[in-house]
Ligand binder design. Structure first.
Ligand SMILES: Cc1cc2nc3c(=O)[nH]c(=O)nc-3n(C[C@H](O)[C@H](O)[C@H](O)COP(=O)(O)OP(=O)(O)OC[C@H]3O[C@@H](n4cnc5c(N)ncnc54)[C@H](O)[C@@H]3O)c2cc1C
Length: 303
């Protein structure tokens, strides 16, 4: 039996796709195909799929909403595990919200609002899943996952299910232990607080209005392409380097917000990658500052 057949035995045939185009699963809307694209229906199935990959020495990666990912044009010769299709529930328990890894952060924020629970307003416009949000310690407008996550159920590298506390998640700027420990986030418990629903809605509307005004939401992107270097703002450095509008093919430094590299329509991943490299090189030459990608990559970008 090959690895595809082994995985099909766990998740059924209809939940395993071959040569799936990743451009339809990433907000950059670019990149090649994944050899296998697997949609587990439960946490247990997720664990079994990872175990099969491990035993067969197959590379695997977890995909959320693909809103912080650039996939190589050459594709990914491994198994992409997509939690969004089935592991996407969320519900309130008193002052807490429980969310599965594949539910979108704006959905959880809206659910919390409906339940009169404050704390997740900052996440109402971040277009990623809860799993991706915890992995990245996603944040905006002074809020971040670190402030609201009480604990998470994770699958550890050796295949064990473990509940890890906020402290064990070791949140820092756009980073958490999920990245360094190679955990898989399966479920998250948020500790929120009672708040007037109208006040929650006003704040969410304000944040989302600011996003629409400042960010190039009409184009494909992965949000802020680079991390904020200590003491600077990436967008300001890029703008001051004269790079606003810099373009290779359909990949461009946004004219609206220089911190975003956008896809104007048909950009390839290598065009996006080349724009990013040019930005890094120019900012280093002009200001001596090293820009680090916030966006994660999958597959090879070597020429
Ligand atoms: C228009 C736009 C605006 C944005 N604004 C913001 C913002 O304000 N603040 C902000 O922080 N980010 C922002 N982002 C970036 C992005 O939305 C966040 O980083 C988000 O947390 C990524 O979630 P995702 O589900 O899309 O993750 P993906 O992009 O699918 O994955 C990101 C990384 O997390 C890993 N991962 C995903 N799910 C899991 C899991 N369950 N377990 C383990 N690892 C996992 C992936 O393997 C990958 O390494 C923006 C993006 C866009 C396109």
């Amino acid at each position: 039996m090959n690895i595809k057949e082994m995985i099909e035995q766990i998740v059924t045939r209809e939940n395993v796709l071959e040569n799936e185009p990743m451009k339809i699963h990433t907000t950059f809307q670019a990149g090649g195909n994944a050899r296998l694209f697997v949609m587990p229906r439960t946490e247990e199935e997720t664990a079994k799929v990872v175990q099969i990959c491990r035993e067969n020495h197959a590379e695997w990666v977890i995909l959320g909403h693909g809103s912080n990912l650039l996939v190589s044009d050459k594709g990914y010769d491994g198994v992409v595990i997509w939690l969004k299709k089935y592991l996407n529930g969320c519900w309130a328990e008193e002052n807490e919200m429980i969310a599965q890894a594949g539910v979108m952060m704006p959905t959880v924020a809206r659910e919390a609002w409906k339940c009169g629970l404050g704390g997740l307003e900052f996440a109402s416009g971040i277009p990623g899943t809860v799993g991706g949000g915890v992995t990245m310690n996603a944040g905006a407008y002074g809020g971040e996952m670190a402030q609201v996550v009480k604990e998470a159920l994770v699958l550890t590298e050796d295949g064990k299910l473990r509940t890890v506390s906020n402290k064990e998640l070791q949140f820092s700027y756009r980073h958490s232990a999920v990245q360094s420990e190679k955990w898989i986030v399966l479920k998250v418990r948020f500790l929120l607080f009672p708040k007037n629903s109208e006040d929650i809605k006003t704040l969410m509307d304000d944040y989302n209005g600011r996003r629409r005004e400042k960010q190039p939401l009409e184009y494909g992107s992965a949000g802020s392409t680079f991390k904020r270097p200590t003491g600077y703002f990436a967008g300001k450095l890029i703008e001051d380097a004269g790079l606003k509008g810099y373009r290779i093919g359909d990949a461009q430094v946004s004219e609206k917000h220089a911190g975003f590299v956008i896809n104007r329509g048909n950009a390839t991943a290598s065009e996006i990658w080349s724009v990013c490299n040019h930005v890094k090189k120019t900012v280093k030459e002009k200001f001596g500052v090293d820009l680090e990608m916030e966006v994660k990559t999958i597959g090879s970008f070597e020429a």
